[in-house]
Design a protein around this ligand. Sequence first.
Ligand SMILES: *Cc1c(COP(=O)(O)O)cnc(C)c1O
Length: 384
Amino acid sequence: MPFRPRYTGLIERYRDRLPVSSDTRIISLGEGNTPLIKLQNIPRLLGKNVDIYVKYEGLNPTGSFKDRGMTMAVTKAVEAGSKAIICASTGNTSAAAAAYAARAGITAFVLIPDGKIAMGKLAQAMMYGAMTLQIRGNFDDGMRLVKEVADHAPVTIVNSVNPYRLQGQKTAAFEIIEDLGRAPDYHCLPVGNAGNITAHWIGYCEYSSAAGAHVTDSCAFCNGDCKFASGAIVSNRPKMIGYQAAGSAPFMRGHMVDHPETIATAIRIGHPQSWDRAWNVMQESNGWFAEVSDAEILAAQRMLTRHEGVFCEPASAASLAGLMKDIKSGKIEEGATIVLTLTGNGLKDPDTAIAQCQGEDKASMVTIDATLDQVKGAILDNMA
Ligand SMILES: *Cc1c(COP(=O)(O)O)cnc(C)c1O
């Protein structure tokens, strides 16, 4: 019986579409190849005839899509002889940088906002052995410092300003097209720095004959003559929809925001690094930005766990929160095929999850004596 070859990561799978050569040493943890799960209950609860698929990026090796970009960024840093990488992070980039640096045998420095990072992400950065610098400032302060220090110290920046990050991340769009046999009609993502929405658009364009030559300015490697572009696998491209948390929504305000606030710490970013590119994506794809409140984000996160068995972190749930509004309002029509990126794993932020469950009317945890009576009582009280 023929065996399937072992999956060894997205660079190996999409080697011909990524800037690596046959003697590049690949730094991989088997990232990518994440499931595209069709929602069964939420469309019914919405009372709408729509096909919604979630791309569960929380199943990457460090629990977020950042691994897709980091395998490329660290591979190229090592190829260039770099001994250290650095990033500013709301948490997931630092976890990924730390893990891939450990794998490569180089040093990672990560700048995180003091006290504003989810517990799982902090545990990862420390455990993988990154030098963790908690700054008394937010992500945008960290990003500014990282750019400055890279001019003064021999470190490679692995934030999404590093063009290899987007190259790695574009592969999520390839996987979606291969799973669906076409591109979806809409693709929804939570937006922080707007690197990921840009990367997906690059991926969709490279697989689409509708793209013409290449994406204006989005592909860091083409200079107008893209050897990676126009794969012409499918003829359509999705409308891209970017959802922001209301307290942290520079794309909605139309300008940078100096004191972003949201419970969705992964998108608590007021000065997005891919500002121009993201506007280009919206224009080229006929998509839009929209915003959701923290309460809507948490309700969507809960809905996904409760009704579909899928646990994502708060930032990821922003895309479902926004999508449900756009479906209810009719902005997204019935019959549409929609893909949502669930950017990170729910286990990243246990504190927010537990606090939310404790705040519910109906307790999902009680403490009882270790007796048959009490266990039986608890079961009979709680049968649906
Ligand atoms: C990084 C991140 C985002 C935002 O992605 P951008 O590329 O910065 O827009 C959203 N959700 C999670 C979980 C993230 O880690």
